[in-house]
Design a protein around this ligand. Sequence first.
Ligand code: UD1
Length: 448
Amino acid sequence: MPKRSCLAIVLAAGEGTRMRSATPKVMHAVGGRPMLGHVLDAARSAGATRMAVVVGPGAEATRRFVDGTGYPAAIHEQTERLGTAHAVLAARKEFAGQDDILVLYGDTPRITPKTLKRMRRALAGKADVVVLGFRPADPARYGRLIVDGKRLTAIREFNDATTEERAIGLCNAGVMGFSGKAASLLRKIGNANAKGEYYLTDLVELANAAGKAVVALEADADEVLGVDNRAQLAVAEQLFQDEARQAALEGGATLVDPQSVYFSHDTKIGCDVIVEPQVFFGPGVTIADGATIRAFSHLEGASIASGAVVGPYARLRPGAEIGPKARVGNFVEVKNAVVDAGAKLNHLSYIGDAHVGAAANIGAGTITCNYDGFAKHHTEIGAGAFVGSNSALVAPVTIGDGAYVGSGSVITRDVADDALAVARGRQFDRPGWAAEFRKRKAAEKTGK
Ligand code: UD1
């Protein structure tokens, strides 16, 4: 990629009425990341050195999200929604000194860096304006691209198009690139059209009239899918999942039933990982080579080291770090806890705000009582410790290395290394008591 400055303007002022949502449209997630995040990521990967996100009034969640990305991005408010050119001009302060300006939509989350780079290459070559076209199965109400040889002469909005123009199959995807020098033409755009809006698409005719080179590139329809409603959001999600599954398979992971495994935008999965059916990866999961995720498990914000086995029916929450060859079995929940190599949490446990030492054995039903209603407290379980089944470890508490906790204990004090702690009612036995009890009851019944 040539070293050229690049401003990406992302239009996100749409009201998203058809989403029927209190959440701004571009903040709806695909693969666990807001659509806007996907668009900004693509722009960044295509070398955008500056980003401008155009939002409508308010849009607090969108503002917070953009701030949190850490990208060189600014928010610009479009107070009135007067059309796509008007929206782009809301960010005009950013134009100065930019070689390439890309306009993207925040609700088109499948756009790829590859396509944006193609557009930038066109701008680095002869083109002054480059428009992304596609051929939808149903061209419906999209703007039509009118080409003459290699030249794009105009984009005609559906409402303003003649019958012949409406017969054109090549449509405007909405993504446009222009050189910083061509940006001054935006101010000439008027609103004398069927909708009375300032159309960005008019830049094409104005640039042609000014003797500039205007070209169209084509993309796959799937890549430029716009999301206006929940059904289209679901389509975008499916496209994302199919791509993520394919990438995992190509990366050397076995997905026993790929269609039933759900990934997030940032799932990292090594080779020789086996993922059984019905597994959901929320954001922030890393799985090292050779780990196994068994069926019906739900993981987010977790890392799983090589050779570990998680599930079936396990839940790993943020901060779960599962060490090499550790085992987290059925109906075990782990949150904000480091589980060292070879430790076993095989059944029915809650381990939260804890450290489990190497090769420790946590019996079925063990609970770390980490919360006192006000604050969270830490539980430390030493290497090689053995916690008997159905124990409650009341944090803050430490179970020493190699210590032994008797089953059914409620541990409230620290247990020293290699010690035994039993904290439960003592067992007593009365030989023959049960037989006598039955006899007495039978006698009461018969009255003898
Ligand atoms: C636009 C294009 C059309 C193209 C289609 C692809 C124009 C005039 N038309 O039409 O050629 O085929 O996209 O989807 O550009 N937006 C704002 N502020 C505004 C207006 C729009 O931020 O004042 C944003 C919207 O949130 C949306 C995008 O721009 O993300 C497109 O706006 P929309 O009104 O949906 O444009 P279309 O009529 O679909």
